[in-house]
Design a protein around this ligand. Structure first.
Ligand code: ME8
Length: 528
């Protein structure tokens, strides 16, 4: 399966939180990439899930009179429902409280103890209880010994802990980052990681002492030492491996892409590969760290109450449709090194210009004119008109550009390549004016040429856009007489990308359907 397989992961989200736009973003982008690879005929495995063994889950459950697992069940279900509702077609959903995960994590840690990469030692440090992480002395000082995340005082803690010998891997990690420059992307993030490794690596604690009945029962015990629970971060990172660590799925490993945001890059770009090196397990292909969505110009935070939460997400879906939300996230999201602002005005602008005016309008023009002038049947290619023959090249250039961009996870460039093809159809129609030509019956074959080329270019654009806007792209394919292709795509992304992006698949005489606008223009309600 090494060739033609694609395994992509998202972070597994803290089960104490309610899903918000940040979680939806990473999982949607992973879904877009998974769909793209499925449509290419690859064996794809896309994974998302929940990270459940944080100590604060125990407290949150107790406050509600629930067991940690009951509380986790409830919140994990909220994540699963949200992703399902938002059209995410993931292949599995891992929960770290599942036995399949827990038993494997114990086996990995057992092996690390056996190799001497994990040892029992003593740790004293500044602990951020909200984040469940220790801060380096320099960072703790910089933030005045308060949490950089919630401002609460850091706690000085000394404990006996199991440690992972991260310090042993500093040279190997630097070599990895040098030899495989795309291991961490984007480049600026890679450079940050290199800089920090060069400052020196300390061994990291990978367990906490099991204290209190509930806390001791919640989490994965260090094998052979019931008094310690594996630190939630180490437990969580192993999900990527544990989920595919069986005979049926092992060939998916190594993961091709771990998609994360910049907040958790260190764990993924340094600690995770070092642990895999210690276990002598093949390393993943890439860790891609995107930036953050902010909201109306400000960092989203609980205290500001400006999270784009589920309620607001639902409202967008209700008003604009699910594909419009997916398009906005994929097209305008923070895949690079700058944050993106989620503002309603921007959403409306993108919806109206790109989806309603460009894609929607262009599709409607082509199908409606075909319907009116050719009794709903796709006309013959007809005689040469203006630059008609250039469309085949434009379509193959757009496809090549799209593939290059998708392979580099530059999703908005991929979308741009598809939309440029749509814009080319629009300007071709403007230039050749078929609505005027059709008045002269002698010119009808020329009108046929224009509409044939328009329909064929739109068909290819619909294929390219399918991973981002699956329902609307399938609808457009059906209108263009390619219902079978749409049905295949709807069946967990089965596709024949190479054939479908060839010019000339549409057969003259195919029934073309005129219908309601694909994306109706949005008019903001007038203030009362
Ligand atoms: O860190 N913009 O879980 P988490 C974009 N359990 N993406 C955002 C975002 C924002 N404003 N806020 C969150 C954890 N995200 C650990 C991960 S993995 C082995 C363990 C997304 O619930 C983004 O993907 O805090 C970020 O990395 C992730 O949510 C953090 O999710």
């Amino acid at each position: 399966m090494a060739q033609g397989k694609f395994y992509i992961t998202t972070p597994i989200y803290y089960v104490n939180d309610r899903p918000h736009i940040g979680h939806v973003y990473t999982t949607t982008v992973a879904d877009v990439l998974a769909r793209y690879h499925r449509m290419r005929g690859e064996a794809v495995f896309s994974l998302t899930g929940t990270d459940e063994h944080a100590a604060k889950v125990v407290d949150a459950a107790a406050e509600r009179g629930l067991t940690p697992l009951q509380w986790a069940d409830r919140n994990a279900a909220a994540f699963q429902e949200t992703f399902k509702k938002l059209g995410v077609d993931n292949d599995d959903f891992i929960r770290t409280s599942q036995d399949r995960h827990k038993t494997r994590v114990q086996a990995y840690v057992r092996k690390l103890i056996d190799t001497g990469d994990v040892y029992l030692g003593e740790y004293a440090g500044w602990y951020d209880a909200g984040q469940e992480e220790y801060l380096a002395e320099s960072k703790a000082k910089e933030y005045d010994y308060k949490s950089p995340f919630n401002g609460k005082p850091l706690v000085r803690k000394t404990e006996k802990n199991y440690f992972f010998k991260l310090s042993r891997y500093s040279d190997a990690l630097l070599k990895l980052l040098e030899e495989r420059p795309t291991f961490v992307q984007p480049d600026a993030r890679r450079n940050e990681v290199i800089g920090r490794i060069r400052e020196g690596l300390n061994d990291v604690p990978i367990s906490r002492q099991a204290s209190g009945d509930a806390a001791a029962a919640w989490g994965i015990k260090v094998p052979g030492d019931e008094g310690h629970v594996i630190y939630v971060w180490i437990d969580a990172l192993f999900n990527y491996l544990s989920t595919v660590d069986d005979d049926a799925r092992r060939a998916f490993w190594p993961a091709n892409v771990h998609l994360v945001a910049k907040d958790i890059l260190w764990f993924h770009a340094v600690i995770w590969p070092a642990m895999l090196m210690a276990l002598k397990i093949e390393l993943p292909g890439q860790v891609y760290a995107h930036s953050f969505w902010i909201s109306d110009g400000q960092k989203m935070s609980k205290s500001l109450g400006n999270f784009i939460d589920l309620e607001r997400i639902d409202k967008y879906v209700e008003t604009f449709g699910l594909d419009a939300l997916r398009y906005f996230l994929a097209n305008n999201g923070p895949m690079g090194t700058t944050d993106s602002d989620f503002a309603e005005s921007k959403f409306i602008e993108v919806y109206n210009t790109e989806l309603a005016n460009t894609l929607g309008n262009c599709s409607n023009r082509v199908t409606n004119m075909t319907s009116r002038y050719f009794e709903g049947k796709l006309p013959a290619k007809g005689p040469h008109v203006a630059a008609s023959e250039k469309f085949a090249t434009a379509a193959s250039d757009a496809t090549a550009k799209y593939v290059r961009a998708m392979e580099r996870l530059h999703i908005s460039d991929a979308i741009g390549a598809a939309m440029d093809l749509v814009r080319a159809v629009d300007s071709y129609i403007e230039q050749t004016q078929p609505y005027k030509l059709q008045k002269d019956p002698a010119k009808l074959p020329e009108v046929g040429t224009i509409l044939y080329h328009g329909a064929e270019a739109l068909r290819i654009a619909a294929v390219l856009l399918w991973p981002v806007i699956p329902a609307k792209a399938e609808e457009l394919l059906r209108r263009l007489g390619r219902g079978d292709d749409a049905a295949k795509l709807a069946d967990h992304g089965k596709g024949d990308f190479a054939a479908w992006t060839q010019w000339g698949l549409l057969q003259p005489g195919t029934p073309i359907t005129q219908a309601q606008p694909l994306f109706p223009r949005y008019q903001p309600p007038k203030p009362a």
